[in-house]
Design a protein around this ligand. Structure first.
Ligand code: AKG
Length: 275
């Protein structure tokens, strides 16, 4: 499966998240899970994250160093087409981490990284707010690979659908989990990928299931953006494709200094437009 449908494209834009099922085969899921199990999951930070790199984690390859299947997910054709629609022809892999959760782990705070509800915005609660033009809003997108079933019965990612386009700061009652009527925990079975915008208000839902949560998050941004000073780097000795190499490049202006990840598709689009 290399592309989402017209309906799914509309829903992703409208709701700020989208689950696509059956993208990985059970064999692919098992191989990735086995590799994660081969690592030490006993002393994870309170965020339950593993294999992190870039963003709030140090520079390094993170879980990309755990084998070719982790590297291959970086530029999975479906992820590339969804991110191209959201981020344009030039984007980077800004940060990665995995989430491992066991029964009884509590909710993580709802938050958004961009827009009215981002922690440093000047939005006042209850007042209409337009983010200034120099702030990024929709330039960051996430592909979260679910290696075990997640959803309302189990826990996993929780979101406020449509909140990436909200002009109001998140009310305290929602932030403090006193009002959750607008919060959804999308059903996302093993083998699915959940796409979401970093401007969407999201967080981690408490884990209730007997099985453990294994999710791998790959976070992309438009090439001219960066969240922090640390980077995801290539694992030593990995044979990367040209597109994978570009995804790990330093931030730079799209097309000026950061080449297109899709030269062939662009040429095709140009041919179609002129015929
Ligand atoms: O998948 C999750 O549990 C949410 C992860 C999260 O909070 C984030 O991406 O900032």
């Amino acid at each position: 499966m290399d592309e989402i449908s017209e309906l799914q494209t509309y829903l992703y834009d409208l709701k700020g998240y989208l689950v696509v099922e059956d993208v990985l085969t059970p064999e692919e899921v098992a191989r990735l899970k086995e590799a994660v199990d081969g690592t030490d999951l006993t002393n994870l930070p309170p965020s339950h994250r593993f294999g992190s790199a870039g963003g709030s984690a140090p520079t390094g390859p993170g879980f990309l160093a755990w084998g070719e299947p982790f590297v291959a997910l970086m530029d999975h054709p479906l992820v590339m087409s969804v991110m191209r629609a959201q981020l344009g022809d030039c984007f980077r892999l800004d940060r990665i981490f995995g989430m491992h959760m066991r029964k009884g782990l509590p909710n993580g705070r709802l938050h958004s990284d961009y827009g009215a509800s981002q922690p440093f915005s000047r939005a006042e609660r209850g007042r209409y707010f337009l983010p200034p033009g120099h702030e990024a809003l929709h330039g960051f997108g996430v592909a979260a690979w679910n290696l075990t079933d997640t959803g309302p019965e189990h826990g996993g990612l929780r979101v406020i659908p449509g909140s990436h386009n909200s002009h109001y700061k998140l009310p305290k009652a929602i932030r403090q989990d006193e009002y959750d009527d607008v919060v959804a925990i999308p059903e996302a079975p093993a083998g699915s990928v959940t796409f979401f915008s970093e401007a969407l208000t999201h967080g981690t839902a408490a884990w209730h299931a007997d099985h453990h949560r294994y999710t791998l998050l790959y976070k992309y941004c438009a090439s001219q953006l960066s969240w922090s000073r640390t980077r995801v780097t290539a694992p030593e000795g990995a044979a990367l494709t040209e597109r994978q190499r570009l995804l790990l490049e330093e931030p730079a202006g799209a097309k000026w200094f950061f080449p297109s990840l899709f030269p062939e598709e662009e040429a095709e689009d140009a041919r179609a437009a002129s015929s």
